[in-house]
Design a protein around this ligand. Structure first.
Ligand code: G3P
Ligand code: MG
Length: 241
């Protein structure tokens, strides 16, 4: 079972910052996950929420600010005084952290609240420009966005994100279409979702921070888990293999 660092190593460093991604990049784990939004002036930036309120010393919506404005805020000190000075990273800066590693890269398009017109096209363009086509999976709760990705670049892996339990997940996946299912921890243990695993579909589960749940999911046979504590989880799974 593969491990992805969720928002970088977000349990030990401020989520979705270069510090969290450097920490993930030094670990021999399979992959890393991060969230993408679009600024007012069209820059792809990596942050989880639609606003900067929770993870910076500023306030407001990402979509209403230019990249230059967003760069004036501190994205580290909310987590710890020692992390002061972290800036909101661009997608390009995050991809560059992993330019010399072989980590698999999960780019999550956060267009499920605000539509961020043109975001799938911009992300695919950057992935192709950096020749990362076979190293990424592009996921979203906005299934229209991953349908758009498949239309532009059918060879790039996509994943549909779900909070809900679906009766026939593979049927739905085929309809979008998308290649993989990224599902929440509680739904992963339900029988319809287990059936998907039995049919050898790619299933990745978020967010798994407790070791006992990781052990259960490994037994079920899921492809991967997303965790905020990648180093701790890596050591636990190695000790208990
Ligand atoms: O991509 C897996 C997971 O990150 C989805 O939920 O809210 O943490 O982005 P969220
Ligand atoms: Mg995410």
């Amino acid at each position: 079972m593969d491990i992805y660092a969720h928002r970088g190593s977000s349990g030990t460093h401020p989520e979705n910052t270069i510090a969290a991604f450097y920490e993930a990049s030094r670990l021999p784990i399979y992959g890393v996950e991060f969230d993408v939004h679009l600024t007012k002036d069209g820059e792809l930036v990596v942050i989880h929420d639609e606003t900067i309120d929770r993870t910076s010393d500023g306030m407001g919506f990402v979509k209403d600010m230019t990249f230059a404005e967003l760069r004036t805020f501190d994205f580290g000190s909310w987590f710890s005084n020692k992390c002061q000075g972290e800036l909101i990273p661009t997608l390009r800066e995050v991809l560059d952290v992993f330019s010399k590693t072989s980590h698999h890269l999960n780019i999550e398009l956060k267009s499920d609240i605000f539509p961020y017109e043109g975001m799938p096209e911009k992300v695919v363009e950057m992935v192709q420009q950096l020749k990362l086509d076979t190293r990424v999976v592009i996921s979203s709760f906005d299934h229209g966005a991953i349908r758009a990705v498949k239309k532009i670049a059918p060879h790039i892996e996509t994943a549909a994100l779900f909070m809900e339990v679906l009766v026939d997940p593979l049927d739905y996946l085929g309809n979008i279409p998308a290649d993989a299912l990224h599902i929440s921890l509680p739904s992963a243990v339900r029988s319809s979702m287990r059936k998907v695993v039995e049919e050898d579909a790619v299933v990745r589960v978020f967010t798994v921070n407790e070791e006992k749940y990781a052990a259960t999911l490994r037994k079920i046979g899921v492809t991967a888990i997303f965790t905020d504590h990648p180093e701790k989880m890596m050591n636990y799974l190695a000790r208990n293999s």
